[in-house]
Ligand binder design. Structure first.
Ligand code: NAI
Ligand code: MG
Length: 366
């Protein structure tokens, strides 16, 4: 049956990379209906809302959302070119990404890390970041509120400071939040053939909360007896992601640890020009390249479309088009390894459109 994809090109290089990469959907002859919508900073500038109602409607009736890029924190030139009356209300621009995550309760951020550039050992793993709690739960205080004060007052450094000379953040982890992200990690391992699940945490230091997480992990793991799991200190995971990437399958982590590890994963696979991501919840999703709107590259046909292709691949996989998703990845691999039709960031001189044509050609030839 046909599926509907909401395509939201957004700001900066977002429309350029999607324009270039979307023809791959036709090349693969997929039963998808693409419907385009507005989102982001330019949309806010034009009509005062970064995610208009018509876009929410489109999202609600789509099977998947494909995003190009959005300006999440406008700065410098973007602010300077605003009319004065708009500049005054710019602080009220709420990142569309944050709005999507909240409204659709997108608790899982998935970042596949795969070797596309060749040369080293083959590896294939993914980082699953919890998106709604952990150290980014919003329990972030300066000064320390009265209710927390008794808990911090005994710390030796606090005793040497004044009453306002401290700030505190709380790492919140709940049974609800943990169980669904851990289940997502095991399901991802099962459906995508990853060999093991690694929880990246800090049991050496955050002893009680880590023990709680381990308890939830053991319960969830009971439903997946065929998948081995382990707990490692997050710093060791960071080291091994670069030195022994082939040892990993699914790496799952709370919000902040996952934030850091997922960007590290982007670096491992070759940078922002390559890295795809998915945000998934119980009642929605969106797929987007890890990079932002890159204003310095926008309008110059310089941006690497590879991350957009791999993002489309990830979306196809989610929609059940496994074979076609594999074809997109193989085509990308073919082009990035030959290196003759790639963009500047991979050492080439191709434009966005030329680099994308190379991938679409490779897809047709497969
Ligand atoms: P950015 O990811 O847009 O660009 C950083 C640098 O990476 C660029 O200057 C460029 O040299 C390189 N780069 C990025 N994408 C590339 C590509 N496809 N090909 C080749 N090189 C590429 O991050 P920046 O400049 O810090 O942020 C720009 C805007 O994007 C800001 O408003 C920021 O808030 C937003 N942003 C949004 C994200 C999201 O929607 N999830 C993620 C990161 C930034
Ligand atoms: Mg990040």
């Amino acid at each position: 049956s046909r599926k509907t994809v909401a395509v939201l090109p957004g700001d900066g290089i977002g429309p350029e990379v999607l324009d270039a990469a979307l023809p791959v959907i036709d090349a693969l002859d997929l039963p998808l209906d693409l419907e385009f919508g507005d989102i982001g900073w330019e949309c806010w500038r034009a009509e005062g809302n970064p995610v208009p109602d018509r876009t929410w409607n489109l999202i609600d009736r789509s099977d998947a959302v494909l995003l190009g890029a959005t300006t999440t924190k406008p700065r410098g030139e973007a602010l300077a070119e605003l009319a004065p009356e708009l500049r005054a209300s710019a602080p009220r621009y709420i990142s569309p990404i944050i709005q999507l995550r909240r409204r659709l309760d997108l608790f899982a951020n998935l970042r596949p890390v795969e070797n596309y550039l060749g040369g080293t050992t083959p590896y294939r793993y993914c980082v699953v970041r919890e998106n709604t709690e952990g150290l980014y739960a919003g329990l972030d205080f300066s000064p320390v509120p009265d209710a927390l004060w008794p808990l911090v007052a005994d710390h030796p450094n606090v005793r040497r400071s004044t009453r306002t000379g401290a700030a505190a953040s709380v790492r919140l982890q709940t049974a609800h939040g943990l169980d669904r992200i851990l289940r997502f990690a095991f399901e991802t391992a099962r459906t995508h053939g990853y060999e093991r699940v690694t929880l990246a945490d800090k049991p050496n230091v955050l002893r009680d909360s880590s023990a709680y997480v381990l308890d939830r992990l053991e319960r969830v793991a009971g439903d997946y007896p065929e998948i081995p799991y382990e707990v490692l200190n997050v710093d060791a995971v960071a080291l091994w992601m670069t030195r022994r990437p082939e040892r990993f399958g699914v790496i799952v982590a709370e919000n902040m640890f996952g934030d850091i590890l997922s960007d590290l994963g982007g670096g491992v696979m070759g940078g922002l020009g390559l890295a795809p991501s998915a945000n998934i919840g119980e009642s929605g999703n969106y797929f987007e390249p890890v990079h932002g709107s890159a204003p310095a590259l926008a309008g110059r046909q310089r941006a690497n479309p590879t991350a957009a292709f791999l993002t489309i691949g990830l979306m196809l996989d989610h929609l059940g088009f496994t074979e076609e998703a594999g074809a997109v990845k193989d085509a990308v691999r073919h082009v990035t390894r030959r290196r003759d039709r790639v963009t500047y960031d991979l050492g080439g001189s191709a434009t966005t459109a030329e680099a994308a044509e190379a991938v679409v050609d490779a897809c047709r030839a497969l």
